[in-house]
Design a protein around this ligand. Structure first.
Ligand SMILES: N[C@@H](CCC(=O)N[C@@H](CS)C(=O)NCC(=O)O)C(=O)O
Length: 222
């Protein structure tokens, strides 16, 4: 039996969605973020040394890192339903989006979040304006333009494609869901990117997604 070590409000939501799409039975072991630091509890380190979510166990196997989990599930249980045929352009597109989500799109989104947090972190009153100035400037000059380039790129891709690989949902969509849901929920996508917004709506309308959401609980991005 697969166990999903599931942290509230986290990337592991997409693993629940995937398991529901595949119709594979699983159980959930829940972990709650520390409400102050938002970090995962130390108990998650007993499953994998990094203590991050998602991580799954399947018998003796421990699989961490969303992309690796999605690949493992698709190959082991998917009977190739969420994967394109190996080789060729569709396969390249699949591997591209699978890696792009965490490798290219998430880093600037995370940097933005960190700099936003800096502004509200407790610090001596005379440091606050300086910290806020640095955070705002970094977001405006460096991170903001980077995010814009990425979101414009994704928007133009989704203007021509219903799902990331074309007409059918694939594991690449599941991996791309977290950064795009977070971008919509945080108001970064905005009205000028209707195709990303519509894609996120399509994701949320899927029965399997809703089932995963019911089982996972607390998730701010849906
Ligand atoms: N690239 C990793 C990132 C894992 C990650 O950072 N997960 C976050 C939740 S979205 C986490 O566990 N945060 C809690 C912590 O760092 O303590 C993946 O996709 O699995």
């Amino acid at each position: 039996m697969i166990t999903v070590h599931h942290l509230n409000n986290s990337r592991s939501q997409r693993i629940l969605w995937m398991l529901e799409e595949l119709g594979v039975p699983y159980e959930i072991q829940r972990y709650e973020r520390d409400p102050k630091t938002m970090l995962a509890p130390a108990s998650l380190k007993k499953v994998h040394p990094l203590g991050k979510s998602p991580v799954i166990t399947d018998g003796d196997l421990v699989v961490a890192e969303s992309g690796a989990i999605i690949e493992y599930l698709a190959h082991t249980y998917g009977k190739d339903t969420l994967l394109p045929e190996s080789g060729g352009q569709k396969w390249l597109d699949y591997t591209y989006w699978l890696h792009y989500a965490e490798g290219s799109l998430m880093p600037p989104l995370l940097m933005r979040l960190v700099f936003e947090k800096v502004k509200t972190s407790p610090m001596p009153f005379f440091i606050k304006p300086v910290a806020k100035g640095i955070a705002d400037k970094t977001n405006k000059v460096f991170i903001g333009p980077m995010i814009k380039t990425h979101l414009d790129f994704v928007e133009s891709h989704l203007a021509k494609n219903t799902w990331f690989l074309g007409d059918n949902l694939s594991a690449a969509d599941i991996q791309m869901s977290f950064p795009l849901e977070a971008s919509v929920a945080r108001g970064i996508v905005g009205k000028s990117r209707p195709n990303i917004t519509a894609w996120v709506k399509r994701v949320h309308a899927r029965t399997a997604y809703q089932k995963g959401l019911e089982k996972g609980g607390d998730y701010d991005f849906a």
